[in-house]
Every structure is written in structure tokens, then in C-alpha cells.
Write a protein that binds this ligand. Structure first.
Ligand SMILES: [Zn+2]
Length: 738
């Protein structure tokens, strides 16, 4: 019944979509006349895209491990630079010497109740030649774990996120002085050692449980693409929600003469040693843990009953790293704008990988390179974009967005003045278009999703994505909805540090696997299980290429504020409801303590502790934000009315574009967010305790969540000022349109 209904809805939705009509309507920011030539340009652009290029380049760039500082990373850099030069771009390689620790010694052994020494290797796979290059590859480790030699009992902490520690507290279990073992997933990995250290743990082990990432998901490599028992997810654990980039030069570029902190002064390193392991190595440890059985939703898919501990399993974790500076190379390829050379549209994707990195990041990089090649041919045919286009292949993204962050910090002033928007990709697969970004460009991006076709189904990428929403029982989309950006790729310095409108996009949903940051993210695996003919890579080049070209050619920059206003109103609703919810929860929790109910339901065998009372949550005055929002709504509508009159050809167009270009920067404040001033955006930030996951209206939201009640009031004032400044800037734009 439910399925039939879904299919009926799908049919209606597909009939209602009108890609042909959309294609004829003017493109945002273009006059009717200019729209026509832009559409023609895009048709010519599409014809130039050649899937075999993506294949050939990926094969070359993934032939050997190419992590930061490796010989093959430099080869990849030279290869990319040579291609851009060949296509006629002005190319420079900007090198930053940055801290990049690599393992010198990794030891994990169980000393009681039985002995076990972790293997810590990913064996070669028959039929995948690159998996044999073990000597050249970085083994499984977490970059920016500190050195350490610790021995203690193990405690299983599920994902090691705040909710898990609340469960432990209820049971009276402390991790003080212990070593925790946490599953990957549930949060960004760096949160796990950060929180464990805050709770007093002295070491942290992270493993991939087959339930989230392994045989429970599907056939494992090499039979299928999912994680086999030896696969280890590498990855950075620096305190990214505090600040990305080189830990030795916080907030400024690590140029040759820059002052560098001592390693002991760097605040974004972990406080305790941390090591990632496979489920083959995790199984004996987990098997040996005793104590209470874990809550039902903590259980993984290993053939054991999971226990919490502490002990009797006791382990020794000894880690030593080479704390060297390594070169992060950024390849910057520029095509000077024909009319507005001082307005820049920047497109980027990183090139460094943990190992071979076919999916992450090369699948995205080859799509960007094909975009750049096609754009260069159009330029040679006399269609150089009006604004300057820059294609950037970033180095040292994997350890902490380091290449892009150092570049942005070094050139902050010029970038703030010149950049119209930044468009990021970072690997891609097959299936459905996923995109996040600035909501002032949501309507603009929506148009693009209606004119690019899905390569398998022949409908627009919008229709295919929307069909999935409907089939999954979610509301049908009236337009393409951009998700809010948190962190985890190179858009972060542009977006959250400088306040430059940004996008991040890629395809996924039909290319799942367990290769992420392992020895097995190879060309072979990509060709077998991801996007074998690179048809989605080409589709990504169509979507991202249109985004770049339209922004570079628009007569009036295609920003719009009604979508943004609606989205922000939604966020304001969320934070006011959050305060109400926490208030009710605290009240009912405290009542249950008083009534003795907690005591009556607790099972004595579980050793449940009666929890302590929660701080009552006061009522907050959200009026300043509501008033600012009302003002914003009025200005956004006025701007929409003024825009309807069409593109003005007056001398004011240049002035108008300047104002529009500066809109996103009105959402940042120099002082940044509390306790993390690098993050300056007051609408979007990665969560302090979620990592990659976004927190919208972060100042207000996190003050409520963390129960910093005085700070809530301060942040309400700041947010209302930010919104009012934004509205005032819209007003400037309106004046220029009259
Ligand atoms: Zn990546």
C-alpha cells in the first residue's frame, strides 16, 4: 500500500517537472539576450567533456601512494600543473611547509587477561596491484595524535560522543585513567579523543565496526566494495572545530618567514594518544572486556556479546611520530576575466590522499580538471569568462584542510576583496546529487539542477534526487535544497573564516563502500564499484562547470535573499524550540529524581546510579532576533521586487555587484565564535562536539546546548546585529537598483 502510494506520487512529481520550460527561462543574473548565449555556451561546453580523460588521469594520479610529503604527491602536483599550463592557464605552485606527523612506532598489545598483539597491517589483495605498495604507503594512524606510552584497562564507549558518556554516567562507570575503545561513525573522528581526554581517559582506540562499515553493509573487498576485516580508516584528529590548518601557525599563513609555535604550544593536537584499528584487531580486545552488557543500541555486528568494562582487558598503547615539516603544494591556475579581472570565481578540489585516493579526492579532481580543460577551449574560441576563474588543486587537505587554509590565511585581504564565490568538490561517486552551500545562492543553483540530466535515467538531476525524497516518504522538493555546510573539506576557510559564499557538491548513493582512507581506495576498486565509465564524473563537471561559468559571466551576481531568510527563520524556530525542549527535559528529570522513580525502575544488576539534578533552563528573550528577522524579511521582499524589473544596464551595475559580492561577509564578525575565533560565520559552523556536522546559528545554539546561559543572551544580541547588518547591505543593493 505504502509503496503504491509512493509510486503514484512519483508519477505526479515527474509529470509536473518541466525541464524544457526551465531551460528557456532566463538564467538568474542574465538578461534574456545574455541568457540565450550562455545556454548556447553551456551546450558547447557539454560537448567538450570527455569521460576517457577522467579515467586516464585518475589511473596516472592513483598509481602510487601520494600523501603529503611523498615523492608521488609532487609528481601529481607537477602533472596537474603541466595540464593546466598546456590548456593555457597561468599556473603557479604555492608551497607551504607545514607540520605533518607520520608514524615512527605503533604498538598496541593486550597484556591481560590474555595476550594479543595487534597486527596493524592491511594485507595486499590479489588482483589489486596498488594494494601491494605497502612500503610506500602510510600505515593506519590518526594524524596529530600526540606521542604516548600508556597502559590501562579498556572501556568500550560506543561512538564516544556526549550521549554515550551520559549512558556511562548513569551506570556509574568512569573512564578516568582508562583507555577507551570507540567505534568509528556517529561523529567526526577527532571528537572521540577530544571528549575521552576531557573525561579523564589516557588513551583512545578507534575501530571500524562491521555493522557500520564492513560485512553487515555488503560484500567486502575484493568480492564487494565494503570494508574487509583488515581495512583501517586513517584520518586527522586535530581539533578541527577549534581551527583547521597548520597547528604551528594558527590564524596566519605558514609562509617561509612566518613565526612558528613550538609543537608543545600547539593547541589543536590531541591531549591523549589515539590509534585507529581494523575489526580484525578489535575483536580480541572487545571479546576480553567484561562488566555490564552494553545498551541495545550500542551493539555492533561482531560475533560477541559487547560489554562495557572497565577491564579485565588491559592494553598497552605506545605511539611515536616523526614531527616534521612537510611541503603542502597548492596548484593555482588562473584564467583572467575578459571584463572583470578583479572579480574572482574560485573552484577547488584537493590532490593529496591518505594512500592512493581514487575516490577521495581524485574522482573529484579529474572532474574539475575536465571542467577546466573544456573552459579553456571555449576561451580559445573567444568565450573567455567575464570574471577571473581560478582552478585550485589543494595540498595537505587530509591532515586538516591545511593547504587551502594556509593559502586563504596568507591572501586573506585580497580574497576578501575579490572573490565572488568558492565552489568545492572532494571526490564523487554515482547516483544522486548532493550539494550544500550558501542559501543566498540556493535559487541560482536550483536552476542548474533542472538543466543537467542524470546520465542513467534521462531526467534532470533535480528530478532524480526529488524522486528519492518522495519514495523515501519525505516531502517533495519545490526546488533544490542546499544543505548547510559544516566542515570536512576545503570550503571551510573561504566560507567560515572569510565569509565568502561557497558550495560543496558531489554524487553518491549508488557507490557506497568501505574504502574511505584505507589502502583499498584504489583505481581498481573505483572502476569496479563506483563510477566505472565516469559518467557521473562528467555529470559533476556539468553541474560544477555551470556553477563556475554562470557566476563568472552573470551581468548581475545571482544572489537572492528570500530563500536565505526562510532558511534562517527555520533555524531561529529550531533554537527557540531547543530552549523549550531542554527546559521541559530538565524539569521532568528533576521531578523524577524527587519522586524516587529513577530508583524504583533501576535494575540492581545494572548498577544504575541515580543521576544528579539538571540545571533548570531559564526563559530567554529572543525578541532582538525576531525583530531582526522581520526587518530581513521586508528587505528580502523589496529586493525581489526590485530584481523583477530585470537587469539594469546602468553604471550602477558595477556598484551593485560589489555590494552583492560583499553580502556573505556581513554574516561574519572579527571576534568570531566564543572560544574559537577562527570561525567567524554566525550562521554556519561545524559543531564543537560534532565535528563535520553543522551547527547553524552556532553562537546561540551551542550556548543553549552547553548551558552557558549568560552567553545565550550575549549571542542573541550578536546574531541580531549580524542580521541587521545583512539587511542594511540588502538596502544598499536596493538603492542601486532604483
Ligand atoms: Zn578528501
Amino acid at each position: 500500500m505504502k509503496r503504491l502510494q509512493s509510486l503514484a506520487l512519483l508519477a505526479i512529481a515527474l509529470c509536473l517537472s518541466m525541464p524544457a520550460m526551465m531551460a528557456q527561462s532566463p538564467i538568474m543574473g542574465f538578461s534574456d539576450e545574455a541568457s540565450k548565449s550562455q545556454i548556447q555556451l553551456e551546450e558547447d561546453y557539454d560537448k567538450l567533456l570527455t569521460a576517457t580523460n577522467l579515467d586516464e588521469w585518475m589511473k596516472y594520479m592513483t598509481a602510487r601512494p601520494h600523501h603529503v610529503g611523498s615523492p608521488y604527491d609532487k609528481k601529481v602536483v607537477d602533472f596537474v600543473a603541466a595540464k593546466f599550463k598546456e590548456w593555457g592557464y597561468e599556473v603557479r605552485i604555492e608551497k607551504f611547509d607545514v607540520l605533518f606527523p607520520t608514524p615512527k612506532l605503533r604498538l598496541l598489545e593486550m597484556t591481560a587477561p590474555t595476550k594479543y598483539k595487534a597486527k596493524l597491517i592491511e594485507p595486499a589483495i590479489e588482483g589489486d596491484e596498488s594494494s601491494k605498495q605497502i612500503k610506500e604507503a602510510l600505515p593506519g594512524y590518526n594524524a596529530f595524535s600526540i606521542d604516548g606510552d600508556v597502559t590501562s584497562e579498556l572501556v568500550f564507549v560506543n561512538y564516544g560522543i556526549p550521549a554515550d558518556y551520559e549512558e556511562l554516567e548513569k551506570r556509574g562507570i568512569s573512564v578516568e585513567g582508562k583507555i577507551v575503545i570507540a567505534k568509528y561513525a556517529g561523529s567526526w573522528r577527532g571528537i572521540k579523543p577530544k571528549l575521552a581526554a576531557e573525561k579523564g581517559a589516557i588513551g583512545c582506540i578507534i575501530y571500524s565496526d562491521p555493522k557500520d562499515d564492513g560485512y553487515y553493509q555488503g560484500d567486502v573487498y575484493p568480492k564487494g566494495p565494503f570494508k574487509n576485516e583488515y581495512g583501517v580508516q586513517r584520518g586527522a584528529v586535530m581539533d578541527l572545530p577549534y581551527a583547521p590548518g597548520d597547528p604551528l601557525t594558527p590564524g596566519y599563513g605558514s609562509t617561509d618567514g612566518a613565526k612558528r609555535l613550538k609543537i608543545s604550544e600547539a593547541t589543536s593536537l590531541t591531549k591523549i594518544p589515539v590509534l585507529p584499528i581494523s575489526y580484525n584487531d578489535a575483536l580480541p580486545l572487545l571479546k576480553a572486556i567484561g562488566g555490564p552488557v552494553v545498551p541495545a543500541n550500542w551493539r555492533g555486528a561482531l560475533p560477541i556479546t559487547y560489554h562495557i568494562g572497565p577491564g579485565p582487558a588491559k592494553v598497552r598503547l605506545k605511539l611515536e611520530f616523526n614531527w616534521d615539516l612537510q611541503p603542502a603544494y597548492n596548484v593555482i591556475a588562473t584564467l583572467k576575466g575578459s571584463e572583470l579581472p578583479d572579480e574572482w570565481v574560485i573552484r577547488g578540489n584537493h590532490h593529496d590522499a591518505w594512500v592512493h585516493g581514487a575516490a577521495d579526492p581524485i574522482s573529484g579532481l579529474v572532474a574539475m580538471m575536465e571542467e577546466a580543460r573544456a573552459v579553456s577551449i571555449l576561451a580559445k574560441q573567444g568565450h573567455t569568462p567575464k570574471r577571473t576563474l581560478m582552478y585550485c588543486a589543494w595540498g595537505a587537505e587530509e591532515p586538516g584542510l591545511i593547504g587551502s587554509t594556509e593559502w586563504v590565511e596568507t591572501h586573506a585581504k585580497e580574497l576578501s576583496e575579490k572573490v565572488v564565490a568558492y565552489i568545492n568538490t572532494d571526490g564523487t561517486g554515482a547516483g544522486f546529487l548532493g550539494a550544500g552551500g550558501s542559501h543566498t545562492l540556493e535559487k541560482f543553483f536550483d536552476q542548474i539542477t533542472h538543466v543537467v540530466d542524470d546520465p542513467q535515467k534521462g531526467v534532470s538531476v533535480f528530478d532524480r534526487r526529488n524522486a528519492r525524497n518522495i519514495v523515501n516518504g519525505q516531502p517533495s522538493w519545490s526546488h533544490y535544497k542546499l544543505s548547510a555546510l559544516g566542515s570536512g573539506s576545503d570550503y571551510s576557510p573561504f566560507f567560515q573564516h572569510l565569509g565568502i559564499s561557497s558550495f560543496n557538491m558531489g554524487f553518491g548513493g549508488e557507490s557506497s563502500g568501505g574504502e574511505y582512507h584505507t589502502m583499498y581506495d584504489s583505481y581498481k576498486l573505483y572502476k569496479r564499484f563506483k563510477d566505472p565509465t565516469f559518467q557521473y564524473g562528467v555529470t559533476l563537471a556539468k553541474v560544477a562547470g555551470r556553477t563556475s561559468l554562470r557566476l563568472a559571466n552573470a551581468e548581475v551576481l545571482p544572489f537572492e535573499f528570500k530563500h536565505f531568510t526562510k532558511i534562517v527563520s527555520g533555524y531561529v524556530d529550531e533554537v527557540t524550540k531547543l530552549a523549550d525542549k531542554l527546559r521541559k527535559e530538565a524539569d521532568s528529570h528533576n521531578k523524577l529524581i524527587k519522586s524516587g522513580a529513577y530508583d524504583l525502575v533501576s535494575n540492581p544488576k545494572d548498577n544504575f546510579k541515580i543521576p544528579g539534578p539538571k540545571t533548570p533552563v531559564p526563559y530567554f528573550n529572543f525578541a532582538p532576533i525576531e525583530n531582526a528577522l522581520k526587518n530581513l524579511k521586508e528587505k528580502a521582499s523589496e529586493f525581489a521586487m526590485a530584481s523583477k524589473k530585470g537587469v539594469s544596464n546602468s553604471a550602477n551595475t558595477n556598484k551593485l555587484n560589489k555590494v552583492l559580492k560583499s553580502m556573505e561577509s556581513k554574516l561574519i564578525r572579527d571576534h568570531g565564535l566564543p572560544r574559537r575565533s577562527w570561525y567567524k560565520h554566525h550562521i554556519y559552523a561545524p559543531g564543537f562536539y560534532t565535528g563535520y556536522g553543522v551547527k547553524t546559528l552556532p553562537g546561540v545554539r551551542e550556548a543553549i546546548e552547553q548551558k552557558n546561559f549568560d552567553e545565550v543572551t550575549e549571542q542573541i544580541t550578536i546574531l541580531s546585529e549580524v542580521l541587521n547588518a545583512f539587511s542594511a547591505n540588502i538596502d544598499e543593493a536596493i538603492k542601486l537598483m532604483k
